[in-house]
Design a protein around this ligand. Sequence first.
Ligand code: HEM
Ligand code: HEM
Length: 201
Amino acid sequence: MTATTTPARRRWDPIVRITHWSIALAVLANALVTEEGSGPHIWVGYGLAAILGLRLLWGLVGPAEARFAAFWPSPRKALAHLRDIRAGTVTPHASHNPLGALMVYAIWGCLLTIIATGITMAGPPPWDGAEREEEHRSIAVSGESHDEEGEEEGEEGLLGEIHETAANLLYLLILLHLAGVIFETRRSGKQVLVAMAPFGR
Ligand code: HEM
Ligand code: HEM
């Protein structure tokens, strides 16, 4: 994935760059560091939700190349982009290139699914992992098979499944994203990477 940039725009604006690297950090933290469902996992999750919210708002009110209108998903344009690749031509794009754009929406879709299911499972604060564990245990140990509790457990089980599946799909998309960035960097130059560098103007 990824866009080549027009000579006039050398960097993504600070909000796009800051939100990109914070989203990447939060995903890595929840995938590799925090304990699933723990307090820190949920706090990082809410942080991720806020940052993604800011980026999506930026898609409406930010500079032209950061707006959704600049990289609207379009299978027709994506096919044209594939033809460009095959022909070895490099067409400059002011925003994400059309293939990159599809990837961006796929990643955002996964993140929104993970956030919606995560927040629903976390419930209201305090988000203390130990308390959640305790809750699970007491329901399991009490052996009470109240319809309501059974239903709640089943619902949460389903939400957990969706949460986990979306997380696994996200990992796959991230691998493809990195492959796309490497491919596009080799094809059209390291400007693609420089434009997303966290520091510098
Ligand atoms: C967990 C890891 C990552 C996630 C979830 C992620 C997600 C994204 C998203 C959503 C965008 C669109 C940015 C926007 O318009 O707001 C993007 C763009 C980009 N990402 Fe990542 N990213 C990750 C890691 C990385 C890494 C490690 C690199 C560099 C080695 C990288 C390089 C880029 C570049 C260069 C772009 C701009 C592409 C373009 O010009 O169209 N990303 N990424
Ligand atoms: C991209 C970021 C995230 C990743 C990679 C991730 C990953 C995971 C994984 C793999 C599990 C275990 C699922 C299972 O076995 O049922 C889990 C559980 C959980 N996650 Fe996340 N998560 C993320 C974001 C969030 C967010 C945003 C929230 C809420 C704000 C959240 C709240 C939870 C909760 C409450 C559980 C426990 C579910 C249970 O009790 O079965 N997660 N997460």
